[in-house]
Design a protein around this ligand. Structure first.
Ligand code: CP
Length: 361
């Protein structure tokens, strides 16, 4: 008998006082929620990466794809996206289709009864009456956590997957980034010991904030935060890295550190969070990568981007084998399928199928 911590045992005030790592301990229950990067262990990341590869291989054959579609055919998911999205919406939807879940969506709050004054909490409680899981993106930081806590105090607690909240967390993006790094470094000793460089708007890039923390679970990492001073990474993330004993460098000199990188993670300026167009006054011209840099970086460096991009990555390098951002995007579908499957505890069926049929890579 485990003494799993339950969200329903906490008042909202008690929950809010917890550290991110402490909060993570409350999201592993029944049902499990995926809300913040800090809830993951390295073992869980490795389990998800392995499962994602098995799903991908099984799905290549028609009989395998048909098998996968039976796994969650008894479930329905709600995709509630109160902020724009292409990749996260589509890849979650595709992941659901791979596993046989039916999906419904609200992609614009102007089409829900929120326009009549219904609160976002009541809106989501309404969704929970019809579906078995909520995958949600919301502009308010911490709102996905609030939703999970709120549902835990109803008789219909269903899993919540955070598909991006405010400028603070994007845990499923970080999962696909870890999966991409793991696959990219498969033949060079894995992620441990690598130099990972984050470039661009690190202050408001929720993907960077989630991924930086997940990388602290690996050994002997060096993280580089490369940004103009007003867009530099938050002290809260540096404090978490200090606590984890992860080495990092904070700099605005991209050209001097570029040759050291095993992975360069580019990001766009997140001006949707500007109060008054202040991003346009910051000179970001030195925080891009293009054909002129391809001889400067290592032959083995991978260039990543959560996308969408603007001009920080030149399309000239799209066909360079080191540019992995399109593969990275597709990886999102497989790791999200793995996450959804484990959310419903059905991963053993994939593991058994894989062991029986051993599909080719
Ligand atoms: N990476 C990412 O979150 O992309 P979308 O905003 O298109 O979902």
């Amino acid at each position: 008998m485990t003494d799993q911590k339950k969200l329903s045992d906490l008042t909202w005030r008690e929950f809010k006082k917890l550290s991110l790592v402490e909060k993570g301990g409350y999201f592993q229950g029944d049902p499990p929620h995926t809300l913040i990067a800090q809830q993951f262990t390295r073992a869980k990341l490795e389990e998800l990466c392995t499962l994602a590869t098995k799903i991908k291989r099984i799905n290549k054959r028609r009989d395998g794809a048909n098998f996968l579609k039976t796994l969650l055919s008894d479930k329905r998911a709600m995709l509630y996206f109160a902020q724009p999205s292409s990749r996260t919406y589509l890849s979650h939807n595709a992941a659901c289709q791979i596993l046989g879940l039916d999906t419904m969506d609200v992609r614009d709050t102007k089409t829900s009864s929120e326009v009549k004054g219904e609160s976002p909490e009541d809106t989501i409680r309404t969704f929970s009456s019809y579906v078995d899981m909520i995958i949600m993106r919301h502009p308010t930081g911490g709102f996905a956590e609030r939703v999970a806590w709120m549902l835990a105090h109803t008789n219909r607690e269903i899993p919540v997957l955070n598909a991006g909240s405010g400028s603070d967390q994007h845990p499923t993006q970080a999962l696909l980034d870890i999966y991409t790094l793991e696959r990219s470094f498969e033949k060079t000793g894995g992620i441990d010991g690598k130099h990972v460089m984050f470039v661009g708007d690190l202050l408001r890039g929720r993907t960077v904030r989630s991924l930086a923390w997940m990388l602290s679970l690996y050994t002997d990492m060096t993280l580089y935060f490369v940004a103009p001073e007003p867009l530099q990474i938050g002290q809260d993330i540096l404090d978490l890295l200090d606590q984890a004993g992860t080495k990092y460098v904070v700099t605005d000199d991209f050209s001097s550190v570029m040759p050291l990188a095993d992975a360069i993670y580019m990001t766009r300026i997140q001006d949707e969070w500007d109060a008054d167009g202040e991003s346009s006054t910051i000179d970001t011209s030195a925080f891009g990568i293009g054909a002129e840099h391809m001889d400067v970086i290592k032959d083995t460096t991978v260039i990543m981007h959560p996308l969408p991009r603007r001009k920080e990555i030149s399309t000239d390098i799209d066909n360079d084998p080191r540019a992995v951002y399109w593969r990275q995007m597709r990886n999102g579908m497989w790791i999200r399928a793995a996450l959804i499957l484990t959310t419903f505890g059905r991963q053993d069926e994939v593991n058994r199928y894989y062991d029986d049929y051993k599909p080719e890579a």
